[in-house]
Design a binder for this molecule. Structure first.
Ligand code: GAL
Ligand code: MG
Length: 996
């Protein structure tokens, strides 16, 4: 039995107790002038919170999570299910509890001052003791907790600070977000001192009109109303002064001895530079609290932006403009530290997002590190700030449970109190996946009263009906809604709220199919305003393969380009020996765990292009400015004309002076050569000068238009067109035996092409290593049940007709036989292969129909004409401009965490694979085809769970697909559209293989 009152209270199983002894949240930034307490603390891990402290101490860095710092309590990944079976509000009895201790030297010149401890974030219950005395309790794992230590510590001497962090609690049930479970102190700890009478909060309202209002709340514990004290402000040199006496907020109550008062400052800034995500103009506001003699007692610095947010009709307007929300969901994540992120990390995240056309962030699913909002203000992002409430596994029980009422209002209100002065924050979110109940309405009510300047959203409430007038959501913010439902709603005449999906286009593995289709619909359907892709990060934790341990902070340099160094890997659910886990569902971001962009990022960059080629008309190229606020003067352009025959012409582009929404025709910069075949014009848009997020010369977008189609019939290689008669072969007569030894086309007795550069002859492929979407969407299961992963080729007939060899093979799937015909004809330097495959109707919706072959080693460079250089698929191909591309074969493969179909290139017209001595092969295709060249067979990829288990083959595995299924997003959300599916029936394709 413990005598410690904080322990005796058992706050880890009392949802009503959200805090004890904790100071109110506020927006005064105390980071500067504070005494940082980051660094090594003494640490021990108890098996339960009421276990005695007394074991041995070892050093642990703060901030940090012990689950990544060498303890036996390792990270665990679960999506919805709680990691323990206890019902809310109970945690399990076995409950890892970290005890952190250190001596703090309190400066002597803090005598007479108010001394405050700030713990940036601790999960999930924090107990604070100083010199063995209880100080306070806090829950709410992603917001800071402050405690007044005045009187508990002595200036000029040292005190022992103990922070006890209990991992599981009643609060865990409302922190059931889809991410790794950790335990520890994830954000910085600091001490600061103020005058006893201090700025307790500052609330800034800065409107688009230039009107500025600053409300300053001051407080003194046990003090009296001071004579002559006042506040002043300074807005980048423009002085502000208090416009009336302090309003004594508690003046009515004789019993209250504290002074709590409010003073206001107002001004109107002439010719104000307003804030928006494109031109995030900030002003520096310094607020000072003065003593009667004018000396400064307290200061608070804010970077503020003048802007309005409102909903008018069904449109969300920023400064009167219906802005598109090109958003992403972002967790605080790092592959070495788990959840502790540095300012530089966050800056790198946001810079990358900016470079790829994103303008919005949802802080999924809790208030992010404070630095994130500073950066969003500075770099220009619209932020949906989300409270730390997700009760996914027990959503229904908790939404109306009065024991959790405090926690809901506490978490939402503390977020608003902290972040209200950030211009980037345009919407408050009440949390995620917690059903919908009275606790939400209570929180929404608090926000509406406290901050009427921003809309509130909550997906759980919006789910009731996108036009439902209920109080908890001003935005229709569904997740993964089918596009057709969104469009139908916008066209229904019933829409009352902006439709902005809080999550869409699930980025798990090789995914984000139909993103461009979504945006085509959004930009052409009034009422649709965008959404937030799920999600930014693949949360892979860097793990040593030998002992299965997280590497932790020392791992910098052990990864590159999305791939962990040999001996290491990106761990996902189950890799730490978790009994319960949700596997690779944690790897669903648009960037790899080291922030390397996945190919979808290039697709997004083009979708978000600020300048676009609208059309090509006889008077020239029509350009449009697709921004909301900015002209084109910050951009430079270069024209690039790419001809199928390999020629590329370039010329500088004069960008017209266009206001947002305007278009103008500019003359064609080149006389289009009469020859050369298909011609594509690309406008390479780069930053003209340094932006906060990109140096001058950074690519912003690559809009493209086709100026001329391929020669009639569509091919650059007329020799390679299908003979006008389709391949219809009558195999009813007896096969003819031919001696191929002298023939220019050599086919062995099995009808397989014999070729000096091929180690495996072209065969039919109907299978791809299932993507996460294929697996979780159920397609892979169906394909396996049809036997498509292990089809056996049976040669039925081989015959020669002059120099033409025809091979018929059959592949018996469970639901019918696929007939495959190959006709080989010699052409100059090689062989032309005409193929057809007939899929029975039962084989509807297969992964691909095409040829697969393998080459000898050494052909390590791939050059092609078609979209590139990035990976592209039929429903994710818009971000790759058509041109001549050259990429080492090893770099064509995208190392998705769980190996799967990868490295495809859509719309390839022809390609060559060569060795350094320029020997090799070329393939000319009858029409643009999906091609992939990698070191892996589909079976190699689907046999392993991690990238490090793959053994590259020395040669190339080449797929040429007549049809390839779109990627869709079915791992969580809609599948691809029917137009991207592979239909049954007859598929025909042809190609010419030549030796270089
Ligand atoms: C949503 C949820 C996210 C994540 C995502 C799937 O339902 O809000 O937290 O779980 O699905 O990756
Ligand atoms: Mg969830």
């Amino acid at each position: 039995m413990t005598h410690d009152p904080l322990i005796a209270l058992r706050p880890w199983e009392a949802p009503e107790v959200t805090s004890w002894g904790r100071l109110p949240m506020n927006a005064v930034d105390r980071r500067s002038g504070s005494l940082p307490q980051d660094g090594d603390w003494r640490f021990q891990l108890l098996s339960r919170p009421d276990a005695p402290v007394g074991g041995s101490w070892s050093p642990a860095p703060v901030p940090g999570v012990w689950t990544m710092q060498g303890t036996d309590d390792l990270p665990q990944y679960l999506n919805v299910r709680m990691p323990f079976t206890e019902f809310p509000p109970l945690p399990p009895a076995e409950n890892p509890t970290g005890v952190y201790e250190r001596e703090v030297d309190v400066p002597a010149d803090w005598a007479g001052r108010r001394i405050v401890l700030q713990v940036g974030a601790a999960e999930s219950v924090l107990l604070v003791h100083v010199d063995g005395r209880p100080v306070g309790i806090s829950k709410d794992s992603h917001l800071a907790a402050e405690f007044d230590l005045t009187g508990l510590v002595a200036p000029g001497s040292s005190s022992t600070l103990r922070l006890t962090v209990v991992k599981w609690s009643d609060a865990s049930h409302i922190e059931d977000q889809d991410q790794w479970w950790h335990g520890g102190i994830t954000r910085s700890v600091l001490l600061y001192a103020t005058d006893p009478l201090h700025l307790a909060d500052v609330t800034v309202r800065a409107a688009y009109s230039g009107e500025l209002r600053v409300d300053c709340r001051v407080r003194e514990a046990g003090g009296a109303l001071p004579e002559g004290w006042y506040v002043s402000g300074d807005l980048d040199g423009l002085p502000l002064t208090q416009d009336a006496e302090f309003d004594r907020l508690n003046a009515e109550d004789e019993r209250v001895s504290d002074f709590l008062g409010e003073a206001r400052m107002r001004t109107v800034v002439p010719d104000v530079r307003t804030w928006n995500a494109e031109t995030p103009e900030l002003y520096g506001l310094t607020v000072r609290l003065h003593r009667a003699d004018g000396t400064v007692a307290d200061t608070s610095y804010h970077r503020i932006g003048f802007r309005d947010v409102e909903i008018v009709g069904r449109d969300l307007l920023v400064n009167g403009e219906r802005v598109y929300i090109r958003g992403v969901n972002r967790h605080d994540f790092h592959p070495l530290t788990g959840r502790t992120v540095s300012y530089d990390d966050m800056r790198a995240d946001l810079v990358l997002l900016k470079r790829f056309g994103f303008n919005a962030i949802r802080t999924a699913h809790y208030p992010n590190d404070p630095g994130l909002y500073d950066l969003a203000d500075e770099l220009g992002f619209y932020v949906v700030d989300e409270a730390d409430i997700e009760s996914h596994d027990h959503a229904h029980e908790i939404a109306d449970d009065p024991r959790y009422l405090n926690a809901f209002v506490d978490r939402v209100s503390r977020m608003v109190l902290r972040d209200k002065n950030h211009p980037s924050v345009i919407i408050w979110s009440l949390g995620n996946e917690s059903d919908y109940g009275a606790n939400h309405d209570a929180a929404a009510g608090w926000v509406r009263r406290h901050d009427p300047t921003r809309p509130v959203q909550y997906e759980g409430a919006a789910k009731l009906g996108w036009a439902d007038p209920g109080v908890a959501s001003d935005i229709a913010c569904p997740m993964y809604a089918p596009l057709e439902d969104c469009v139908a709603h916008a066209l229904s005449g019933e829409q009352t709220k902006p439709l902005i999906q809080c999550e869409y286009s699930h980025a798990m593995g090789n995914s984000n199919g139909t993103l461009a289709d979504h945006w085509a619909a959004i930009e052409s359907t009034p009422g649709l305003q965008g959404g937030f892709i799920w999600e930014f990060w693949d949360h892979g934790i860097l793990q040593r393969v030998s002992d299965g341990r997280p590497v932790g902070r020392g791992g910098a340099g052990l990864y590159d380009n999305g791939v962990a160094a040999p001996g290491y890997r990106w761990a996902y659910g189950g890799d730490f020996g978790e009994r319960l886990h949700d596997g690779a569902f944690i790897a669903d971001g648009v960037v790899f765990p080291d922030r390397t962009p996945k190919p979808v990022m290039y697709e997004h960059r083009e979708i978000a292009a600020p300048v676009r080629i609208e059309t090509y008309r006889h008077e020239g190229i029509v350009l449009g400015n697709h921004q909301h606020f900015r002209g084109l003067d910050w951009l430079s352009g270069t024209w690039e004309l790419s001809l199928a025959d390999g020629r590329v012409l370039t010329a500088p582009a004069e960008l017209p002076d266009l206001r947002p929404g305007q278009t103008a025709a500019v003359p064609l910069p080149f006389a289009l050569p009469v020859d050369g075949g298909e011609a594509w014009l690309t406008l390479r848009i780069t930053t003209a000068r340094d932006e906060a997020w990109a140096p001058a010369g950074t690519v912003v977008c690559l809009p493209q238009v086709r100026l001329r189609e391929a020669v009639p019939g569509g091919s650059v290689d007329p020799a390679n067109r299908f003979s006008s008669a389709p391949v219809e072969v009558d195999f009813s007569s007896a096969p003819v035996q031919v001696d191929f030894s002298s023939a220019p086309v050599q086919v062995d007795a099995d009808g397989l092409l014999v070729h000096p550069l091929l180690t495996a002859a072209p065969a039919l492929s109907l299978w791809r290593a299932p993507t996460d979407n294929d697996e979780l969407g159920g397609m892979a299961l169906r394909w396996r049940s049809w036997g498509l992963d292990a089809l056996v080729r049976k040669v039925v007939d081989v015959r020669r007709d002059g120099d033409r060899v025809t091979v018929l093979a059959e592949y018996a799937a469970e639901v019918g036989v696929v007939r495959h015909v190959q006709v080989f004809t010699p052409v100059e330097g090689g062989v032309r292969i005409e193929e057809s495959a007939e899929l029975p109707d039962a084989l509807a919706d297969v992964a691909r129909v095409g040829s697969v072959f393998e080459t000898v080693p050494g052909l390590d460079l791939m050059e092609w004409y078609g979209p590139g250089p990035w990976e592209s698929y039929p429903d994710r191909s818009g971000g790759a401009p058509v041109g001549h591309h050259s990429v080492p074969v090893d770099d064509l493969f995208t190392p998705y965490l769980r190996p799967q179909e990868s490295g495809g290139r859509h719309g390839v017209r022809h390609f060559r694979l060569s060795a350094p001595d320029a020997t090799g092969l070329t393939v000319a295709l009858d029409e643009p085809r999906q091609v992939s060249v990698t070191r892996y067979r589909a079976a190699d990829l689907s046999a392993v769970a991690h990238h490090d288990q793959l053994v590259p083959r020395p040669g190339c595995v080449v797929h040429i697909d007549a049809a390839h299924r779109g990627l869709g997003t079915a791992s969580c959300g809609p599948d691809t559209f029917p137009s991207y599916l592979v239909a049954p029936g007859v598929h025909r394709w042809s190609w010419a293989l030549r030796v270089l």
